[in-house]
Design a protein around this ligand. Structure first.
Ligand SMILES: Cc1cc2nc3c(=O)[nH]c(=O)nc-3n(C[C@H](O)[C@H](O)[C@H](O)COP(=O)(O)OP(=O)(O)OC[C@H]3O[C@@H](n4cnc5c(N)ncnc54)[C@H](O)[C@@H]3O)c2cc1C
Length: 382
């Protein structure tokens, strides 16, 4: 067993770090406070080969491994936390599911623009009455000639304010077996965005309404019975979510460490107070443990999808660690940590959201318990 990065991985990390310092360091603070997607960063990353890292070269990707994408997200976030979202969008999210299950038509229609940083794709799963219980979703796909009519609404969709295409979970029929997905272009007739809103992180979202949207049959990604495959792909999104939690926790930790080595009170450096040293020790233990769990899930996935159980463990732990560490780092920095002069408060706000997004910590723990006891537990009453 080897716990260190390979020479190739280190080389890749150094290249991403050099790129990030050159292009992303200046403006990192402003970027974090802008609700819009950083399109300029997306285009730069496309040129640098940081979008589509795990997609096959034949599809315009880099043919790399999931662990490479994790290294990219961590390294970018260490310089510019907000820009890590671009690595997420270009590697871990629905783009990866599209790359895995998409037809050559889907790929030729969408991948080029997504990989060039000119467009993003969202995943629309959550509905007003189907959050954690996602299989309760009501958005329907009703046969209409040689295609389907889509009716329903999605909420909390990341990038919904400007995404070009939505990988939309729909119901072709009753039950879990009736769930599949279609690719809906947001410019299509009948797609309507509701009142814009924002998360605590500052990111914008808008309710998406599909009113009799016509989707040709070629735009079905996975038909009836596709739910399990979709969720298997969604585990990659969870790895990206976990990576950002860990990376932003680490960013906050590094800022607090530097601060504790500069700031004096009572005539001594903050780093010299034992009460604060123990906070740093606890933060370091959480970060290292989170990293090992994350790397296990990503490394075992190699070029495929990560295991559901290892992903659940990594995400639950990284989400908690990112939040706890950001919060402690903020505390160590006092008023400066709580101020927008620094990005530590931003890291805290972002990490809070990832404890809910992509499968809340509670839902992940339900999944982990199923592995422990070797059986499933219905969450439904009655
Ligand atoms: C920042 C952010 C980004 C998001 N991006 C997207 C996106 O791109 N696409 C998308 O489709 N959705 C997205 N979501 C929605 C997200 O997936 C849901 O918020 C999440 O699944 C929880 O659903 P809910 O908010 O309806 O909460 P609910 O399901 O109503 O849950 C409320 C609380 O009860 C707990 N709970 C529920 N059921 C159980 C149970 N059986 N056991 C124990 N506890 C339980 C939950 O953990 C939670 O704490 C995003 C959310 C956030 C915050």
């Amino acid at each position: 067993m080897d716990f260190s990065l390979s020479a190739e991985q280190q080389q890749f990390r150094d290249a991403v770090l050099a790129f990030s310092r050159k292009h992303l360091a200046s403006g990192a603070r402003d970027r974090a406070h802008q609700p819009e997607y950083p399109w300029d960063v997306a285009k730069l990353m496309a040129k640098q080969g940081l979008l589509g890292i795990t997609l096959p070269e034949a599809d315009g990707g880099q043919g790399g491994k999931l662990m490479d994408a994790v290294i990219a997200i961590e390294t970018v976030a260490s310089v510019c936390p907000r820009s890590a979202d671009v690595v997420q969008a270009g590697n871990f999210g629905p783009i990866r599911v599209l790359g895995e299950y998409g037809s050559s038509l889907h790929k030729s229609k969408f991948l080029k623009r997504l990989l060039s940083g000119e467009a993003v794709i969202s995943v629309g799963m959550t509905e007003p009455d189907a959050g954690s219980a996602v299989t309760d979703l009501k958005t329907t796909a009703t046969p209409d000639g040689d295609g389907y009519r889509i009716n329903g609404s999605k909420i909390f969709t990341t990038h919904s304010a400007y995404a070009e295409v939505i990988l939309t979970y729909v119901r072709f029929g009753p039950g879990i077996g009736g769930i599949g997905s279609v690719l809906i272009e947001t410019k299509a007739q009948g797609v309507r965005r509701g009142k814009p809103s924002a998360f605590m992180s500052g990111e914008e979202w808008a309710e998406l309404h599909f009113d009799d949207v016509r989707v040709p049959k070629e735009m079905v990604l996975l038909g009836e019975g596709g739910f399990k495959k979709q969720i298997a792909g969604f585990n990659v999104e969870r790895i990206g979510n976990a990576s950002r939690s860990l990376a932003l926790g680490r960013y906050a930790f590094e800022r607090a460490r530097a601060w504790a080595l500069e700031r004096k009170q009572f005539g001594r450096l903050l780093a010299e107070f034992q009460g604060l040293q123990w906070k740093f020790a606890d933060m370091k233990i959480q970060l290292d443990a989170a990293q090992l769990l994350l790397y296990r899930a990503a490394t075992n996935a190699d070029r495929g999808f990560p295991s559901a159980e290892e992903t659940a463990i990594a995400k639950a732990y990284c989400n908690q660690a990112g939040f706890d560490v950001s919060s402690e780092a903020l505390q160590v920095m006092g008023g400066m940590g709580y101020s927008q002069e620094e990005l530590v408060e931003y890291c805290l706000r972002r990490c809070r959201g990832w404890m809910i997004a992509g499968g809340s910590i509670e839902i992940l723990k339900n999944r982990i318990a199923e592995g422990i006891f070797g059986r499933s537990f219905s969450q439904r009453g009655g």
